[in-house]
Design a protein around this ligand. Structure first.
Ligand code: PLP
Length: 405
């Protein structure tokens, strides 16, 4: 067994060998520029790009012309939010989003606020979910855009996208969804789900890094964006820059595989995740599930281990690669903004770990992870005076223990 074992599929995924195989010729013999119109090198590259556009569109229920290639989700989010804000500023300057979005959305919204836009940051439920009612209550006559993630990257909570999309269409407000964590894991159909713009990223679905796309609806309504990258007018003027042909071929193949292997991938990840949780909960007390047990990505498990400090935990399980609920900033350990918005106390947020399961996770990997986690938690709790007190029956509500260890 090669250590450490990878359990961080939300951060990135390994490239599927079938994707690599599809990409390789486009680094070597088919190296043409897809914008070269006068010779076969260009035509071959362009054909490959158009094939990929079709593969992606098919996974989303979109039309190929609605796919705009970008360097990934961060860029697609910037294009969607800034591009729409600029285009529709005459109509209004109000945007609705949520407190649990990825930094790419939150920081883009902060940038827009500096330019005079107003942003409502919805507070989610304790499970991290935004409801149709919350969105409806936030809409104003000058709202131009609702931007909400499909699936949360930390806790895996799924938003009711179809309901929110329907609401936005009823009210004539554009709806953007960050589907970076959702595509390939939940069914996506931009028509039935009433989505106007959606981003996805190659490296989250067994494709390469540095490539992604923005779906931009062409009718009912036709979405228009002000480009954020000016130049040769590529991608129907929405994103200039020579296309990353091998990356695009890889993204196309990765999306095709997400479609053809959808049921298998889903069943595989969910079975392993559920087995992992069942055994961890059976072996340890004081473990909390963060997120929405009923509306959750099938491959995500975000757990808080009380009486254990997150960083010590990460050190204690260094043979498995996971992420913790604290983000290490230069000066301090900041608890995750997602867990904070969900009302999880700092103490529990610091003790939370995100486990991710995917196409290449095996049953042996899960056996190993359960063993490592249970061993580490038990060992670390032996060092915790609070845990000892709990074992002796002391009621902790009478003790000031927040921040106590
Ligand atoms: N949105 C979500 C929900 C993500 O999980 C990520 C990746 O961390 C991003 C956006 C940014 O994606 P990319 O790495 O393609 O820029």
């Amino acid at each position: 067994m090669k250590l450490p074992i990878y359990f961080d599929y939300q951060a990135t995924t390994p490239l599927d060998p079938r994707v690599l195989e599809a990409m390789l010729p486009y680094f070597t013999e088919h190296f043409g520029n897809a914008a070269s119109r006068s010779h076969a090198f260009g035509w071959t590259a362009e054909q490959a790009v158009e094939k990929a556009r079709g593969q992606i569109a098919e996974l989303l229920g979109a039309s190929p012309k609605e796919i705009v290639f970008t360097s990934g989700s961060t860029e697609a989010i910037n294009l969607a939010l800034k591009g729409a804000a600029e285009m529709y500023s005459e109509k209004g300057k109000h945007i609705v989003t949520s407190e649990v979005e990825h930094k790419a959305v939150l920081d883009t919204c902060k940038h827009l606020e500096q330019l005079g836009y107003q942003v409502t940051y919805l507070k989610p439920t304790k499970a991290g979910r935004v409801t149709r009612e919350m969105v409806e209550a936030a809409l104003r006559p000058d709202t131009i855009l609702v931007a909400l993630m499909w699936a949360n990257n930390e806790v895996g909570t799924l938003n009711p996208i179809r309901e929110i999309g329907a609401l936005c269409h009823e009210k004539g407000v554009l709806f953007f969804t960050d589907a970076t964590q959702a595509v390939g894991k939940v069914p996506v159909d931009v028509e039935a789900d009433h989505v106007d713009m959606l981003c996805l990223s190659g490296h989250k679905l067994y494709g390469p890094k540095g490539i992604g796309c923005l779906y931009v609806r062409r009718k009912n309504p036709r979405v228009r964006l002000v480009s954020q990258m000016d130049g040769g007018g590529h991608e129907r003027g929405m994103r200039s820059g020579t296309l990353n042909v091998p990356g695009i071929v890889g993204l196309g193949k990765a999306c095709e595989l997400c479609r053809t292997d959808f049921d298998k991938d889903l069943a595989h990840a969910k079975a392993l995740r559920d087995e992992f949780e069942r055994r961890v909960f059976a072996s340890l007390d004081y473990v909390t599930l963060n997120g929405d047990a009923d509306h959750r990505l099938p491959n995500n498990s975000n757990l808080s281990f009380s009486f254990v400090e997150g960083e010590s935990m990460i050190m204690g399980i260094k043979d498995i690669a996971v992420s913790s609920g604290s983000a290490c900033t230069s000066a301090s350990l900041e608890p995750s903004h997602v867990l904070r918005a969900m009302g999880v106390g700092d103490e529990l947020a610091h003790s939370s770990i995100r486990f991710g399961f995917g196409r290449f996770t095996t049953r042996e990997d899960v056996d190993f992870a359960v063993e490592q986690v249970v061993k580490a938690v038990k060992r670390l709790r032996e060092l915790s005076p609070l845990y000892e007190m709990v074992q002796e029956g002391v009621d902790l509500s009478t003790v000031n223990w927040q921040g106590g260890h």
